[in-house]
Design a protein around this ligand. Structure first.
Ligand code: ADP
Length: 170
């Protein structure tokens, strides 16, 4: 049985990630989306929030599970019995980083095959970082993130604005 893991920070999950997930599903028996704690990136959403947002996004897809993990990605992939690591590739900048990661994965765990899927052209410039910037400035996120993610972003930024301005305090 081919079990694949798609690891990432997913802060938050975007339509670019969803495109990779939907295209990976038919290639494998089971796809596990691994949500990496990644405190180094100082995520906007907590690990639990990110997992919930991914779970909601993939709830209608067959053979997809969502799990949180900490530590080395290859250890997590071994724990869940995975043999394939799915990654998404956008522009040249991703290529360098993903190439490095793939080589390191092969070195640490030769039994895991890194598999990179090329982004669809409409998501070429879509990143969680850009989405957060647009959301913070109140821009429209239609077609870039699932609706529940757009709602969670609005909620997050309205809460932080209220905290900063003191509005909403009793
Ligand atoms: P990480 O912190 O591991 O890069 P991300 O959540 O940013 O986590 O991304 C997870 C994976 O999804 C990475 O392989 C990244 O290149 C890929 N990815 C992110 N955005 C897109 C997109 N718009 N199209 C295709 N792949 C993407």
């Amino acid at each position: 049985m081919a079990i694949a893991v798609y690891p990432g920070t997913f802060d938050p999950i975007t339509c670019g990630h969803m495109d990779i997930i939907e295209r990976a599903v038919p290639l494998v028996d089971k796809l596990i989306v691994g949500v990496y704690e990644n405190l180094a990136k100082r995520p906007l959403f907590s690990l639990e929030e990110r997992v919930r947002l991914v779970e909601e996004a993939v709830k209608d897809l067959p053979n997809v599970e969502v799990k949180a993990f900490k530590g080395l990605t290859v250890d997590f992939i071994h724990q869940v019995g995975g043999k394939i690591m799915i990654r998404g590739l956008r522009a040249n900048s991703d290529f360098e980083r993903e190439f490095e990661m793939a080589l390191m994965t092969r070195k640490l765990a030769p039994d895991i095959e890194p598999l990179c899927l090329m982004t669809s052209s409409q998501y070429q410039f879509l990143s969680s970082t850009l989405i957060k910037e647009v959301a913070e400035l109140g821009g429209c996120l239609e077609g870039m993130v699932p609706d529940h993610v757009a709602a969670a972003l609005r909620e997050k930024f309205s809460t932080s604005t209220k905290l900063a301005t003191g509005k909403g305090k009793r």
